[in-house]
Design a binder for this molecule. Structure first.
Ligand code: HEM
Length: 233
């Protein structure tokens, strides 16, 4: 895990990309944007829940038929799962190694703990919350293992999940969506910097990043709260 950037600024090939600081930042930015594209599509798709049980469960079934007959049943979904897993592993690996390099580069060695800025801590702890959330969420709504309902369909699982007496599940989802909002807000900003997109329009890009982040968090959260308040049942 050697940072070769200072020794070799001409990092060109993909094979050497992962060794340099800028290469790792690019890996973080691109993998983050891939996951962001999924999150936006997932949030918009979830809103179909407001069209009722048949439409929502039909949408979940349709996701498994995309690409047929060229692709077999659920292959498209599996391709997405593989892409997301690779993106997630690359993202976490780059974040971890970049933060270790950052720690090592500090001139003041005697300090036992390094306090990062607000954004750094938010990204680290928010990232950990999101990782825990993703594991719980898949066991809850995809496999149904941790879901209180025996139903095989996502609509019934969602309704069972966010009943008022299971307030702690709604609370955890709210915490995770709050972390997601901050993560996207800061992450979009960092990605744009890394990829050199926002030099000309700094203030407007910040506004855009905030709007996207808040819209995604609110778009997800309306579902649990609609169940809690009986609008989806
Ligand atoms: C209240 C918010 C959310 C709701 C109601 C929700 C709903 C669902 C449902 C119903 C499924 C299962 C779909 C199916 O099996 O057809 C699912 C899967 C999944 N969700 Fe969410 N989701 C929410 C938020 C999120 C967020 C914020 C993320 C990412 C950070 C996320 C990532 C995933 C992933 C990775 C899967 C697994 C997809 C698969 O492999 O089939 N979800 N979600």
């Amino acid at each position: 895990m050697v940072d070769t950037l200072s020794k070799n600024p001409r990092v060109t090939g993909f094979a050497t990309l992962h060794r340099s600081t800028i290469g790792r930042k690019m890996i973080m930015a691109v993998s983050g944007l891939i996951m962001l594209a999924y999150v936006v599509a997932h949030m918009l798709g979830n809103l179909k829940i407001f069209f009722g049980e048949t439409d929502y469960n039909g949408y979940a079934d349709w996701l498994r038929t995309i690409g047929e007959p060229a692709l077999h049943h659920a292959w498209f979904l599996w391709i997405i799962r593989v892409v997301l897993t690779v993106a997630l592993v690359a993202h976490v690996w780059a974040a971890y190694t970049l933060s270790r390099a950052d720690l090592k580069a500090r001139p003041v060695k005697y300090q036992a703990r390094r306090k990062g800025g607000f954004a750094t801590s938010t990204m680290r702890w928010g990232g950990v919350i999101l990782l825990l959330f993703i594991v719980y969420h898949i066991l809850d709504l995809t496999t149904g293992t941790l879901n209180p309902s025996d139903a095989d369909h996502p609509y019934q699982r969602i309704v069972a999940d966010f009943q008022p007496d299971r307030w702690y599940v709604t609370l955890f989802y709210t915490l995770a969506m709050g972390s997601l909002c901050l993560h996207i807000w800061h992450g979009l900003w960092s990605a744009a910097n890394t990829l050199g997109w926002n030099r000309a329009t700094t203030a407007s890009f910040r506004t855009l990043a905030s709007v996207v982040a808040v819209a995604i968090a609110v778009g997800f959260l309306v579902i649990p709260f609609s169940v809690v308040f009986g609008l989806v049942d």
